[in-house]
Design a protein around this ligand. Sequence first.
Ligand SMILES: *[C@@H]1O[C@H](CO)[C@@H](O)[C@H](O)[C@H]1NC(C)=O
Length: 457
Amino acid sequence: MIGNVWLVVISISYYLTCVFCNVHPIEIKHKHFFDSVTGKPFFIKGVDYQPGGSSAVNEFSDPLSDASKCARDVYLFQQLGINTIRVYSVNPSLNHDKCMTMLAAAGIYLVLDVNSPLPNQHLNRYEPWTSYNNEYMKHVFGVLTAFSSYNNTLAYFAGNEIINDQLSAKVSPVYLKAVVRDMKDYIGKYSPRKIPVGYSAADDLTYRISLAKYMECYEHSPNEAVDFYGVNTYQWCGEQTFQSSGYNTLVDDYSDYTKPIFFSEYGCNEVQPRLFKEVTSIYSSQMSGVFSGGLVYEFAQEPNNYGLVDFDSEGNAHLLRDFHTFKERITKAVDPPIPKKALLENQGKSGIGGFNRGTRNKKGPKMCSSQYTNLDISNGTPRSLGIDMIAAGVRVQKGKFVTLTSSEMTSKYKIFDADGKLLADRPRIRAQQRSNNLGNEAWKNGKYPRPKKTKAF
Ligand SMILES: *[C@@H]1O[C@H](CO)[C@@H](O)[C@H](O)[C@H]1NC(C)=O
């Protein structure tokens, strides 16, 4: 018995490196993301992470609450060579410290939606006045409290595809703006840094330009303006080019946008297998002046068949063909240049959205116009229901990085290739030396060396 106790002590103390020290906060300057420490432009290379589908959030679990599944998936994110994931729903009362620390150790950032499909945790797009209520605010502020202390929380989405038809475009825009404002007010008061807030839009031509412009402006308070904009686009299917896909029009349509934009979902699956050739365009100088990368929909296989990885009932991972194709494209994507002007603006000028009024920065938030095509904004932004909660704060545990043992960084699951070949048994996440030096040479060409097994005890 005593011998066993000693082995446990040894294996815990054996891994005490500061695995999360290398992840630098990302900040927005003008219309680009930058590493706040190195000043290097940051391009989002990521996947949408929704294991178990949209209903996987409940009282007991969410995608970032199960450390052993996170060890498996963060390991796979490292093999893909990505630097960001998007999670659609979390339960703020659960503990996310281990998963967030693993992500940070791997140099991976989180873009987080504050809503969930559960009652009182999202806006009802057709009757937003019934769902913009205190319970909802409490949920949203809870998510902000739980996640804003992690340095790898990159950004929040106030909503996803809320405006997607005539009725939602008539009643929801002003409520969406109210949520953005409340979130930014709360972050301004409680967050250690100004984590940006944006909206993820369905790329419907009816609202493409007008909604983006409306979300960019403000009526009463500059906090009503989004800090960035996400576009869900599935228009590049199979063999296309920058022109034939219509990406050129997307770039033109958003070329005068004053905030960063990225693809919050992409990856049409109408032509199988997917080729992911759009990756080359997204990270090219044709797009980099306007778009800051994107997130592929999606990591985990669901019935809609967009997955890169399938999981069996034991939790073992089976890499699909799309995993290898996307990995090959994204690891070859070199960060494209951003316009010189933007680099110069990064030197000296401060702040998300450039709120420093009175300077020569003409790109600060704009006042709203009275009309936006196909949107009804005539009722104006509703006054905040969250004022008291913003004054008092909500009682939710703040997240923090934790020290992880080597066995916690090791997945108990196996990784198989599409043909059933075992690629890795008990794979272990490797802490990155530099957060901006992603892409692991040893894993090129689809070769998956077996990681060292951790000592059994
Ligand atoms: C978060 O980032 C800031 C700024 O780079 C740094 O001072 C701080 O130590 C980091 N916190 C952690 C827990 O790594």
